[in-house]
Structures are given as structure tokens and as C-alpha cells.
Design a binder for this molecule. Structure first.
Ligand SMILES: CSC[C@@H](O)[C@@H](O)C(=O)COP(=O)(O)O
Length: 349
């Protein structure tokens, strides 16, 4: 394993030190949290210090590798599998987490090789693949963007959600790099404000022009012709092209459909779950009431609703494929029918 440093996660190979950037504190405070034990990573994933579908897969696999490496010869296979299960269960919706852990513990292979050396090689490959997939998605997606477009995005899908340039935000970054003179409308993304806190943070760093809006403002912007395209990420894509993404994505898809604006889901292949036939099979995480009763961030924690308020707080929703113009994956741009054909081919193998 080599040392590495991304915007969201870093590893010091000599010191066996794994750290993640605490995304709860962004944009004002850049604080790194050390992951000494896999149980730390489980906590960081649950509390969204580390978040974004591709990133939680990478973070979980690195914490498993580092733990085995630091305890060489002291852990048997059963213990390693138990730890991997705890990591696997940290969050239920983003399939990248399960995909990465399954790759680490070689699910489906009869004979397992759970040595630190081997786990390190697999973690490295997961990271390299994610970086490459971000680049490929960005290039495919940017080819669709017309000069001067204003693009709406929801949640955060950039470098803090991946170990590369991002998914939907990667396309935006690439289109900006290509001089397409784009403008980005950023949904603040209640309740945890990933758009307002994180996407703005990344766009500021990159010098990409943007306007922050509240989630209930997209409709009038669309009606007034101010948005030409919607790009969002995905946490799990089913065989039929339905996909789960941050709560609120479905509303944006309905609005885009009504206003005849192209709407694209963007994700690496590690987000495609061919075991899910449709969106109905995707498990949706529900989170605690306090997130809806108030807000928290680098400004601290505030509550405006009574602490006894009953709330509904699903972290994700499912956008049905009929509302999706195309899915932009690292292997290309797919219509619903093309994705179905692709799924069938994979199943036949
Ligand atoms: C490249 S990130 C794609 C998705 O993971 C992203 O859109 C999203 O919904 C993140 O949700 P979060 O709850 O912040 O992890």
C-alpha cells in the first residue's frame, strides 16, 4: 500500500494512519479524524463524517485493511469476517459499501485470502478503479453539455463524496475545464445541507460560478427557462434504471420532466446493483428526528421545532427510470432500455 491523500481521505503508510476529513464541519472547519479501529469508521459513516456512495466503500475497505495490517497474525478469518459485516451494515442504501466489502472479503470465492497483503492489494484496486471511473464519467457526461448551460445539481457528488473528481460534479468540473461557460444552481439539500455546505465548498475551491438555492426554488427557475439540465448522483441503481439518491432527487426529476429538461443520474458501475430488479428492492435508510427538527454544521447545532415533533426522515428516495433521460456511467451513457439489455447480458454470463 502506498501513502495517499485525497480531499476526503488520506493514508500514511509508514505510520499506518488512516484519516478522513470530517464533512460535518465543512465548509468552515477542515478537521481530520483518525480511524484507529474499524468501529471508528462505522461511527464516522453513520454520522456522515464520511459520506457519498463511492467514498464510504473506499473508507470502509481501507479501515478493514489497516486493522488487519496493524494486527497481523492476531486475527482469524472469522474475526475479519465479523468486522467486515459491521462495516457492511454501517449504512443500508449505497451499494458501493457492500460492493467494496464484498470485494475485500472475496464474497463468492470458495478459498479466501484474508492476509493484510492481499486486503491491501484489493483496497488499492478499489481506489484506483474509483478514480478512473470518475474520470470516465466526467468525460462522457461533459460531451452532453452545451456551451452556456445552467445546470441544477442536488446533494454533493464531488471530490468529498468520492476519491476522484466526483460523479455529477465531476462532469460539471470537466465541462468548466473545457471552457463551456457553465453556471451551476445548487440545491441546498435539506435536511443535512450537503449542497449548501459541501457542493458550494467544492465549487468555491474550483472557481466554478454557482448560485445556491433552497430546495423549493427549482420549480420557478425551471419555469423561467433558467435551468437547461439536471445532473445528480446515485446511491444504488436497479436493473431497470430506477435509482436511489439523496432525498429530494425524485421531486427534482418530476419538475424536470414537467418542464422537459434533460435529467441524468451519474454513477460508477460500483453503484449498479443487478440484484435489485427495480427501485422497490432498494432499502431506504431512515434517520433520526433531530435532523429534521433543526440543523447542524460548522455553526453548531440549532433546533427550531419542538423536540417531541414527530418527523419523517428518509435519507434517500427513488427516482423511477421513466423520469430519467439517461444514466451516465463510467462505461457510457445509457437509456433505460440499454441498461436493461446490459443487465441481461451480465446475468447471462
Ligand atoms: C458521488 S455521491 C452520490 C450519492 O452518494 C450522493 O448523491 C448522495 O446521495 C449522498 O448522500 P449522503 O447521505 O450524503 O451520503
Amino acid at each position: 500500500m502506498k501513502s495517499f491523500k485525497f480531499l476526503s481521505i488520506r493514508y500514511d503508510n509508514e505510520a499506518s494512519k488512516l484519516e478522513i476529513l470530517d464533512q460535518r464541519k465543512l465548509p468552515d472547519i477542515e478537521e481530520w479524524l483518525e480511524c484507529k479501529e474499524p468501529s471508528d469508521m462505522v461511527t464516522y459513516i453513520k454520522q456522515l463524517s464520511v459520506r457519498g456512495a463511492p467514498l464510504i466503500g473506499v473508507a470502509a475497505s481501507m479501515s478493514l485493511y489497516n486493522h488487519v495490517r496493524c494486527n497481523q497474525g492476531k486475527l482469524n478469518d472469522q474475526e475479519i469476517l465479523e468486522i467486515s459485516n459491521q462495516l457492511r451494515q454501517a449504512r443500508p442504501t449505497a451499494v458501493n459499501l457492500m460492493y467494496a466489502i464484498d470485494a475485500m472479503v472475496q464474497v463468492g470465492q470458495e478459498k479466501k485470502d484474508l492476509t493484510a497483503d492481499n486486503l491491501g492489494k484489493i483496497a488499492c484496486k478499489i481506489i484506483d478503479d474509483e478514480v478512473e471511473m470518475c474520470d470516465k464519467m466526467s468525460k462522457f457526461g461533459a460531451s452532453l453539455i452545451q456551451p452556456g448551460e445552467s445546470i441544477l445539481t442536488h446533494c454533493n457528488t464531488g471530490s468529498v463524496a468520492t476519491v476522484g473528481s466526483g460523479t455529477a460534479l465531476g462532469i460539471i468540473r470537466e465541462a468548466h475545464k473545457q471552457g463551456k461557460n457553465i453556471h451551476v444552481y445548487v440545491d441546498e439539500t435539506r435536511p443535512l445541507l450537503q449542497g449548501g455546505r459541501l457542493t458550494t465548498y467544492e465549487l468555491e475551491r474550483e472557481g466554478i460560478p454557482y448560485t445556491l438555492i433552497c430546495d423549493n426554488m427549482a420549480a420557478c427557475l425551471m419555469r423561467d427557462g433558467k435551468i437547461q439540465r439536471v445532473l445528480v448522483g446515485a446511491d444504488r441503481i436497479a436493473q431497470n434504471g430506477d435509482f436511489a439518491n439523496k432525498i429530494g432527487t425524485y421531486s427534482v426529476a418530476v419538475l424536470a420532466h414537467h418542464h422537459k429538461i434533460p435529467f441524468h443520474g451519474v454513477a460508477p458501475m460500483s453503484t449498479v446493483d443487478l440484484n435489485c430488479k427495480s427501485g422497490k428492492d432498494i432499502p431506504i435508510e431512515e434517520r433520526e428526528a433531530s435532523e429534521v427538527q433543526g440543523a447542524s454544521g460548522s455553526f453548531g447545532k440549532v433546533r427550531w421545532a419542538p423536540s417531541t415533533s414527530k418527523t419523517f426522515n428518509p435519507s434517500f428516495d427513488v427516482t423511477p427510470s421513466e423520469l430519467v433521460t439517461s444514466l451516465i456511467l463510467d462505461t457510457g451513457i445509457y437509456s433505460q432500455q440499454e441498461l436493461l439489455n446490459f443487465a441481461l447480458l451480465k446475468f447471462k454470463k
